[in-house]
Design a protein. Structure first.
Length: 339
């Protein structure tokens, strides 16, 4: 069948595609939060140190959320990203220990590169499995990724007997985890590169146009010549690769595998994507919106700590904003259908 290019929404300028109406309002919420916390604690919140730590702490989630954006635009979901992150970090840490004779603290660059490759292969493998089950076996993504959520975490615990690996190469921690160039943390720089690459892929390439087309109407995309199943496999493999990279970044920053520390990463990534204006119904979204969605909970968390508000209020605030974002998306869809 002829591969017909799907250009939706080709007539719209790039800036208009990147910044939708919902994204604009969510951006205003983010700006308002920054202004509010800066006014409440002008001596502590609007400082270079605060914003550096905020950016570093959000870097891992941002990498996860970029991949999740592609999945949700296809009208899918991936509940396994947090567990795949943990599994990838465990595989990388175990390999680096094995190559270093049991203690990887003084390991060299070659061992670190091997660990990175292991993390990417581990994450990509889980993503490929998810994609094959979703696209080829026609199992709903919610069920598939819920299964891999438990399986990947269980595999990580089996490999380590439930004990975190704590001997991480010093050059990895000093280089990626805490390294800076011109006061820009390397963790932030890497997350920025991933984000820009994701934005370019989604908004300017055939792969991105196909992603929107599959999410808008998979059957119409199939009839237009788009290999929907193959595309879904690639999308889920991509989010698996990014989960593996996020696991390696987490390992570099925390200096341990933190097996029990990522239980809510999947929900946080989904919340960030939806807060950024990506529709859970598929076909609508932007990487720029996801960036904003990631930083709303990050700013709330940091602001609550600085102002002295109990952090227990953070999930309440995030939940309220998330429900409002989904409600706004539904209202927009109903208005479009009526129009």
């Amino acid at each position: 069948m002829t591969d017909i290019e799907v250009r939706a929404p080709a007539q719209r300028p790039l800036v208009q595609r990147l910044v939708g109406v919902s994204t604009f309002w969510i951006a205003l919420v983010l700006v308002a939060l920054c202004v509010l916390f800066s006014a409440l604690r002008p001596d502590a919140f609007p400082t270079l140190f605060t914003f550096q730590t905020l950016l570093i702490e959000a870097s891992v989630l941002l990498v996860l959320a970029v991949g999740m954006t592609f999945v949700i635009i296809t009208a899918g979901i991936d509940l396994s990203v947090g567990s795949v992150l943990v599994f990838s970090g465990v595989v990388a840490a175990q390999l680096m220990e094995a190559l270093s004779g049991g203690d990887a603290t003084a390991a060299g660059p070659g061992v670190v590169i091997a660990g990175l490759v292991a993390a990417l292969v581990g994450g990509g493998g889980w993503g490929l499995l998810n994609g094959l089950l979703v696209a080829m076996a026609r199992i709903p993504p919610l069920i598939v990724t819920l299964g891999s959520f438990g399986a990947a975490l269980g595999a990580a615990q089996l490999i380590t007997d439930g004990v975190d690996v704590r001997t991480v190469p010093r050059i990895l921690r000093d280089g990626l985890g805490f390294g800076q160039t011109a006061q820009v943390p390397h963790m932030v720089a890497l997350a920025a590169v991933v984000t820009l690459a994701g934005a370019w892929l989604l908004h300017t390439t055939r792969f991105g146009r196909r992603t929107f087309a599959v999410g808008s109407n998979a059957e119409a995309a199939r009839r237009a010549g788009i290999p929907v199943r193959g595309h879904l496999v690639r999308v889920y493999t991509g989010v698996g690769l990014l989960s593996g990279l996020a696991g390696f970044m987490s390992l570099a920053y925390f200096g341990t595998t933190t097996i029990s520390g990522h239980s809510t990463d999947n929900l946080n990534a989904i919340a960030a994507v939806v807060l950024g204006g990506t529709s859970l119904f598929g076909g609508v979204g932007s990487v720029f919106g996801t960036v904003i969605g990631v930083f709303i909970p990050a700013v709330l968390s940091k602001g609550f700590v600085i102002v002295g508000v109990q952090q227990f209020w953070q999930p309440v605030a995030i939940s309220a904003v998330l429900v409002a974002a989904v409600w706004f998306d539904q209202m927009r869809r109903r208005s479009r259908d009526r129009g």
